[in-house]
Design a protein around this ligand. Structure first.
Ligand code: SF4
Length: 369
């Protein structure tokens, strides 16, 4: 079994998708927040034909703070306290606002600033449960909290499938991707009981196969192009680039040639990736918390999410995929601030203790590849 496949929420400042960090959106329901896609706009990455990513972005103003209640977390570098699943966070107010929204990091909740539900929160709140919240209808709370993490997984799949559909290299399998996207969307429209019984792991497995093929098509095309430029295939270099699930915590990869690398699920916490070439690299589920991406080239990388990016450090020279935005906490230029000592230990603790909510690697696990 692979250690992890994909899905990732990370822990640093930056454009937030957590309810607590999205107070403005909740204060003004329906308002499009920074980085969001408005109604009728085509989503980032060019989006798939006919597909938009707007509904796959968290709209905390339309959600009943489900991630602050339904999900558990453990005391770690990312959360100041333990919290059981189904129990409201002690910082959650009656109006579903976070009481420490402005102080999440200094109060010890950096994990809340980068959590991404991919729009599952508003889907469960407004579609599955028709706008009836768990406070007014406490008899629905159990089912709502059970459905939320399932919906979150489905929306994460929709996000990746939409990206896959936008990639011209994956054109040979666009038909399959589109069918799977439609099937996944249909699953999200099931009623609460059907969702609660859904074998989401089996569906994720099927989707993962499709995403793997997409990744291989993208990286193979890049390899062929590289071969045309160089003097034939370079097998050793390619083997070195298969770092799937690798423990690269704190690795010194400054200036590394990771173009087209397979970094699926790799642990890159605190890695020095300054100036690295990560073009067309597969970064699905890679744990980039605290990694230094200053000056790195991520253009054309596949399955990198905004949450992963938010958790890392970078600067004005970091080149990003067209679908993602530069985190606001990154300095515009110059070297990124030094990582505090002891971060590896802190993140190791969170990795071990809080996989459920926080953390960076998310919930994605698939058997086999
Ligand atoms: S501190 Fe609690 S209420 Fe605030 S965003 Fe985090 S989980 Fe939600």
């Amino acid at each position: 079994m692979a250690k992890a496949e994909y899905g990732g929420e990370h822990m640093t400042d930056g454009p937030a998708t957590r309810p607590g960090a999205a107070r403005s959106a909740r204060d003004r329901p329906g308002e499009v927040r920074h980085g969001e896609v408005g109604p009728g706009e085509v989503g980032p990455g060019g989006a798939g034909p006919g597909r938009e990513r707007g509904e796959l972005r968290a709209d905390c103003g339309s959600c009943f703070a489900l991630c602050c209640v339904a999900l558990p977390f453990s005391a770690s570098a990312d959360f100041a306290v333990d919290k059981e699943a189904g129990r409201p966070c002690h910082n959650l107010q009656a109006d579903f606002q976070c009481g420490i929204h402005e102080r999440l990091r200094p109060e010890g909740f950096p994990g809340c600033t980068v959590y991404d539900c991919f729009g599952a929160g508003q889907k469960v709140s407004q579609v599955t449960f028709g706008g009836m919240d768990w406070r007014r209808a406490p008899e629905t709370a159990g089912r709502m909290f059970r459905v939320f993490p399932i919906m979150r997984q489905l929306h994460e799949l929709l996000w990746y499938l939409t990206e896959a559909l936008s990639l011209p290299q994956a054109r040979p399998i666009h038909g399959e991707i589109r069918r799977t996207l439609d099937e996944t969307e249909a699953l999200t429209r099931r009623d609460a009981d059907a969702l609660a019984e859904l074998d989401v792991a089996a569906h994720r497995h099927d989707v993962n196969e499709l995403l793997l093929r997409t990744s291989e098509l993208v990286r193979e095309e890049d390899r062929l192009e590289e071969d045309r430029r160089e003097e034939g295939p370079r097998d050793k270099d390619r083997r070195d680039k298969d770092r799937r699930g690798a423990d690269l915590i704190g690795a010194r990869l400054k200036g590394a040639d990771l173009r087209g690398a397979n970094l699926r699920g790799a642990y890159l916490i605190g890695a020095d990736l300054r100036g690295a070439d990560l073009r067309t690299a597969d970064l699905i589920g890679a744990d980039l918390r605290g990694a230094d991406l200053g000056g790195a080239d991520l253009t054309g990388s596949v399955f990198l999410t905004q949450a992963q990016l938010n958790s890392a450090r970078g600067d004005g020279a970091t080149k990003l995929p067209a679908s993602l935005t530069r985190p606001e906490h990154w300095p515009p230029s110059g070297p990124t601030p030094q990582r505090p000592r002891g971060k590896r230990a802190d993140h190791e603790k969170s990795r071990q203790k809080s996989p459920q909510k926080g953390a960076s690697r998310g919930t994605w696990r698939t058997p086999g590849r």
